[in-house]
Ligand binder design. Structure first.
Ligand SMILES: *[C@@H]1O[C@H](CO)[C@@H](O)[C@H](O)[C@H]1NC(C)=O
Ligand SMILES: *[C@@H]1O[C@H](CO)[C@@H](O)[C@H](O)[C@H]1NC(C)=O
Ligand SMILES: *[C@@H]1O[C@H](CO)[C@@H](O)[C@H](O)[C@H]1NC(C)=O
Ligand SMILES: *[C@@H]1O[C@H](CO)[C@@H](O)[C@H](O)[C@H]1NC(C)=O
Ligand SMILES: *[C@@H]1O[C@H](CO)[C@@H](O)[C@H](O)[C@H]1NC(C)=O
Ligand SMILES: *[C@@H]1O[C@H](CO)[C@@H](O)[C@H](O)[C@H]1NC(C)=O
Ligand SMILES: *[C@@H]1O[C@H](CO)[C@@H](O)[C@H](O)[C@H]1NC(C)=O
Length: 641
């Protein structure tokens, strides 16, 4: 029979790599755009409830409150001349002839906003005069700020990255057509300097981060990008994933050598794949860096290969530091004397870099050693999901350790929440937030306030990082969730968020994050599953019968048992149900069918039905169950298609 075959195929997906739980979240804070925003730039200050979203000719200032989302729309219109020129000249789609906001940054207390302005970028200072009144004034051309075309790309489909650090604004523009791509300091306190063209090979930027240090002058910037070798032959991989490192104190070179360029620029190759196999993912699409004190921290990269399969690799900041601190420069064979190339100095104006070092930096921008992922391989995640975004947070668990929680946005508008430990990637849950299945276009995490913002072209949502109530009201459910933000309170019998400032030595919440093991809740053998009351189902003895069992944990195994559990029936996953369907070996007979879920050694009854054939007229007591019966048949008929 055809549907048995289909059922078998579907059950293949039934694996530990799946999210353990799947939630459909509809009631959270959300904002709907009046028109789709296919490109967006977001800005959020940690610890606030405001999210700025730059879209097409508008900036949305969204304030999330308990009573909903308040919006203020700040129009940022295109200059009419620029638009006319764009329409007459564009080789790009005319749809891009508008002012798409590409930069919203707070540069030492001043908001800088830039937009594509239909192919001729412009920047503004944004001032909030009254709570409800925002003014934009064009940035004056006084040399404190680079031309807008060095800060914003001319069209929104060209990826760019901006970053504000220590009073300066930095910008990275990807290469497009004749434009080379660059990393620049574009405004603020420091000198305006840039990369030499030959240092970057058609870069496509994926992310940037400030890496802080104990000594202020040792702070660095990381830029993550892919390079493309356009002359590579068809059977060669054209992409190389890269990390580039720069010092915040870099003030450029001297008159004849690197006068307007970085003197600390160095790049390295970033590998994502298993060992030295050919299975490498060379195109980095997104990156997220989280650093802590003393240059510890972690960087996550989202990579793809030629078949557009996406994977995630994690890197330790200490490893990256180590590689930059010890590697030879590519193509430079003389011994290195003096300070390490690329090392940050206190003040390059006082001690100008010497000419020989500058020449070496100019001609050898790459280091030889490559950077490899933690564990030597990508995280073990489902490969049928196409990821578009990544952010992460850390949670202080009740054992005093910090655990990484990675959030991944997908092409279908879903979000995966993943616990990443040195041993494994455990997919805590998948949530569906959006009415329309569009790709996730933006994600922002606010660890201070405990919020995650997720946006598609039609909606922006805010969800709590700790949403412990969803895991249910039993100790086992709470512990098996393995959510580092949540712990079981034995006294109040609830799954609760670990409160800020939780004292790990006196606190009483319990957790078990290192493996799926709920022994801490009590001995499994001593626990009894509560039986359910069978629902009556009356069906035609010759018709198809399919009984649904709601699936909660996708890591549990489900099966059906008839009467006193001496006969087992198979269970097939269909959407959010595990369906009992008769096979030639297990024909349907009248009796009580119980759906049992087994996880972590504990067998639990989920639902039960008493099946009765309607050969004889319906007894009055069963008449009420006919409604349920037809629902079951409707579900079943979908299966027979
Ligand atoms: C802004 O707020 C002020 C004071 O609350 C009010 O007088 C003014 O009308 C408001 N303006 C707009 C455009 O809503
Ligand atoms: C930031 O602004 C403050 C006050 O406006 C100023 O004193 C300080 O020098 C600025 N910092 C930088 C790095 O420009
Ligand atoms: C690009 O690929 C071609 C063909 O393999 C190779 O000769 C060339 O050196 C590569 N360019 C760079 C900058 O790696
Ligand atoms: C960072 O390093 C300093 C000095 O080496 C040390 O005193 C401090 O405890 C370290 N901080 C952390 C969080 O490890
Ligand atoms: C470096 O020193 C010069 C000269 O004393 C000073 O003008 C400049 O502001 C200093 N730069 C930094 C980044 O401290
Ligand atoms: C935790 O509680 C213990 C005992 O009351 C106390 O000594 C310690 O200082 C507390 N730790 C923190 C971080 O508050
Ligand atoms: C679960 O943990 C308990 C206590 O730590 C241990 O005795 C037991 O073997 C563990 N079970 C599994 C399946 O790992």
């Amino acid at each position: 029979m055809r549907w048995i075959l289909l059922a078998t195929l579907l059950s293949v997906a039934w694996a530990e790599r799946m999210p353990r739980l799947k939630f459909v979240i509809r009631e959270q804070d959300r904002y709907h755009f009046e028109k789709p925003e296919n490109y967006m730039t977001v800005y959020h200050k940690q610890g606030t409830d405001v999210l700025y979203v730059g879209g097409q000719a508008v900036i949305y200032m969204l304030t999330f409150t308990d009573k909903g989302v308040q919006d203020i729309k700040i129009p940022v219109v295109t200059n009419q001349n620029a638009r006319d020129t764009c329409f007459s000249r564009t080789t790009w789609g005319k749809l891009e002839c508008d002012n798409f906001i590409t930069v919203i940054e707070d540069v030492n207390g001043t908001f800088v906003v830039c937009g594509t302005n239909a192919g001729s970028p412009k920047c503004w200072h944004m001032v909030r005069a009254l709570p409800n009144n925002t003014l934009l004034s064009e940035v004056p051309k006084d040399g404190r700020m680079a031309p807008a075309s060095d800060i914003s790309p001319p069209f929104p489909s060209h990826r760019s990255i901006s970053l504000s650090a220590e009073g300066s604004l930095y910008s990275a523009l990807s290469a497009v057509e004749k434009q080379q791509g660059s990393i620049r300091r574009v405004g603020g306190a420091g000198r305006l300097i840039r990369t030499e063209n030959k240092w970057l090979l058609s870069p496509q930027f994926a992310g940037a981060a400030l890496i802080s240090a104990t000594h202020q002058h040792q702070q660095e910037l990381y830029f993550l990008f892919s390079e493309i070798n356009k002359t590579a032959s068809v059977d060669e991989e054209p992409f190389r994933a890269r990390i580039a490192r720069l010092c915040l104190t870099d003030e450029g070179g001297v008159k004849n050598i690197l006068p307007d360029s970085w003197t600390t620029f160095l790049k390295a190759r970033v590998m994502c794949g298993s060992g030295n196999t050919f299975q490498q993912y060379n195109n980095i699409k997104r990156a997220y860096v989280l650093t802590a004190e003393n240059r510890t921290g972690i960087m996550y990269g989202l990579f793809s290969n030629a078949w557009d399969t996406t994977v995630v690799c994690a890197y330790s900041i200490e490893d990256i530091d180590q590689v930059f601190a010890t590697s030879k420069l590519k193509g430079y064979n003389s011994p290195l004397t003096g300070p390490r190339p690329g090392a940050c100095t206190m003040n390059s104006t006082i001690t100008p870099p010497n000419a020989k070092v500058l020449e070496m930096m100019r001609d050898h921008p790459e280091i030889e050693n490559v950077i490899r992922p933690i564990g030597g391989a990508p995280l073990d995640l489902p490969t049928d999901d196409h990821f578009t975004h990544i952010v992460m947070g850390t949670a202080l668990a009740v054992n005093g350790e910090h655990y990484s929680v990675v959030y991944l946005g997908t092409e279908q508008g879903k979000v995966l929440k993943v616990l990443h430990t040195p041993d494994e990637a455990f997919i805590i849950s998948q949530f569906s937030l959006f009415h329309n299945e569009g790709p996730v276009l933006s994600m922002v995490i606010d660890s201070q306030k405990g919020h995650l913002y997720v946006g598609t072209s039609t909606e922006i949502h805010r969800v709590p990082l700790a949403d412990c109530g969803r895991y249910g009201d039993s100790c086992r459910e709470c512990i098996l969730s393995r959510d580092p933000y949540c712990g079981w309170d034995s006294a109040r019998k609830r799954c609760l968020a670990i409160p800020p400032g939780y004292n790990v030595s006196t606190g009483t919440l319990i957790q078990n994050l290192d493996r799926s093991n709920a022994t801490i809740c009590g001995d499994v053998r001593a626990m009894k599953s509560r039986p359910t009351v069978p629902k009556d189902v009356v069906v035609d003895s010759k018709g198809p019968v399919m009984l649904p069992c709601p699936v909660r944990s996708y890591h549990a195994t489900y099966r059906w048992e008839k009467d006193d559990s001496n006969k087992h029936y198979p269970c097939t996953l269909s959407g959010t149900s595990c369906v009992l369907a008769p096979t030639p070996d297990t024909p349907m007979k009248e009796g009580v069918f119980r759906c049992m879920a087994v996880e972590d050694g504990f067998k639990q009854e989920v639902v039960s039905y008493r099946l009765v054939f309607n050969a004889s007229p319906l007894p009055a007591s069963l008449a009420s169950s006919v409604g349920l019966c037809s629902v079951l048949l409707a579900a079943a008929s979908l299966w027979l298609l």
